[in-house]
Write a protein that binds this ligand. Structure first.
Ligand code: PMP
Length: 365
């Protein structure tokens, strides 16, 4: 008899729950920070032609030179910095963790943070340390510095803006952390399109700084393309772990084409930002809700104690609206829900249903 999976698979993997993506067919999908807008018809036709002409019988260019050149130009990646591409930025996090997962090595982040930092640390047999934010979700720099001194982390991940809280941490405080870190510091700018701040111009000033971006939140989540920019000394090593054909040929070609039409994506991001302000304002006008400031394409809010986030989440879902329930994910997220900014009519529907639910629950209480 062969061994059963639980005798073979590492215990920390057996103990994990899989990353859950809820079914969303037919729902108003406000749970995953996607750009709700589709591409204009002319561009879709162009992409269809391009996909049709793509030699899918051949492996993609393993270096993706043309795409990298387009990204360098579009994102303003400084001269002297290399680029590594990933199948989404998730894969880049995984490559980094695999590369520095020596026995006992620590991956450090804040809490609450993007859950994949913790999960991927576990995948790569790294020890995860999460340093709690202040209750207002600002960085607890002293606690971070103390954790850095104590754990000597091989890598620190900081999302800027942070997910799931939506805020940008203080840049000066982040720089202090970078200066104190003995290993790599990865600034994850997944939500850069919605924030007016970046560490791109600081890359040259810190030898241990790496910067990660993704095209997912900009409207290309389905293509799966993320990138890491940083000094060649780091990227040369990380490249060894990147599987040669991790970015498919169709993704390479379409992403390159869409970067030529970046104005379309940036206009969509601008529309999302306008909608975000209106939605934040309208949310905060509802009785019994605390809305947190956001520089991303989503809004975190807390229900007061009369309303249970889990119940509101379920009732929204029953009415066809999917948001993210964060209650229970971390003590600082008690009774919190996260809603992605959708199209104006979706947001209006969400707000109307939420208001009805709050009134209904209030009446019962
Ligand atoms: N970083 C952060 C902070 C995120 O929120 C996400 C997606 N939720 C990612 C990285 C991963 O994005 P992708 O793999 O689509 O590039």
């Amino acid at each position: 008899m062969p061994f059963s999976p639980d005798q073979i698979i590492r215990p920390e993997i057996l103990a994990l729950s899989a990353y859950h993506v809820p079914p969303a067919r037919g729902m108003i999908k406000l749970d995953a920070m996607e750009n709700p807008y589709t591409l204009p018809p002319e561009l879709r036709d162009e992409i269809a032609r391009l996909a049709g002409d793509t030699p899918v019988n051949r492996y993609p260019d393993p270096d993706a030179a043309a795409l990298k050149a387009a990204l360098r130009e579009a994102l303003g990646i400084p001269d002297g910095m290399d680029i590594m591409l990933g199948n989404g930025s998730d894969e880049i996090i995984q490559i980094i963790a695999l590369a520095c997962g020596k026995p006992g090595a620590v991956l450090l982040s804040v809490e609450p943070a993007f859950v994949m930092f913790r999960m991927i640390a576990t995948f790569a047999s790294m020890n995860y340390v999460g340093v709690p934010l202040h209750p207002d979700f600002s960085l607890d720099t002293e606690a971070m510095l103390a954790a850095i001194a104590r754990y000597q982390p091989a890598v620190i991940f900081i999302a800027y803006p942070n997910n799931p809280t939506g805020n940008l941490f203080d840049a000066v405080e982040i720089s202090r952390i970078i200066d104190a870190a003995p290993g790599m510091v990865v600034i994850d700018e997944a939500y850069h399109a919605f924030a007016d701040a970046s560490f791109m111009d600081k890359l040259a000033h810190h030898p241990n700084l790496l910067l990660m971006r993704t095209l997912s939140k900009l409207g290309l989540a389905g293509l799966r393309l993320g990138l890491l920019a940083g000094k060649p000394e780091w990227l040369r090593q990380l490249e060894k772990l990147r599987l040669p054909y991790n970015v498919g040929i169709v993704t390479q070609r379409i992403a390159e084409k869409l970067l030529q039409h970046r104005d379309v994506l940036l206009q969509q991001a601008a529309a999302i930002k306008v909608e975000r302000s209106s939605m934040s304002r309208r949310l905060s006008e509802l009785e019994g809700i605390e809305v947190f400031p956001t520089d991303a394409n989503f809004i975190l809010f807390r229900l007061n104690q009369d309303h249970k986030a889990g119940q509101v989440f379920q009732e929204l879902k029953q009415r066809g609206i999917l948001v993210k329930n964060l209650d229970g994910a971390h003590p600082l997220l008690k009774n919190c829900l996260r809603v992605t900014v959708g199209m104006p009519d979706e947001n209006t529907q969400f707000l109307a249903v939420l208001q009805t639910l709050l009134v209904k629950i209030e009446a019962k209480a």
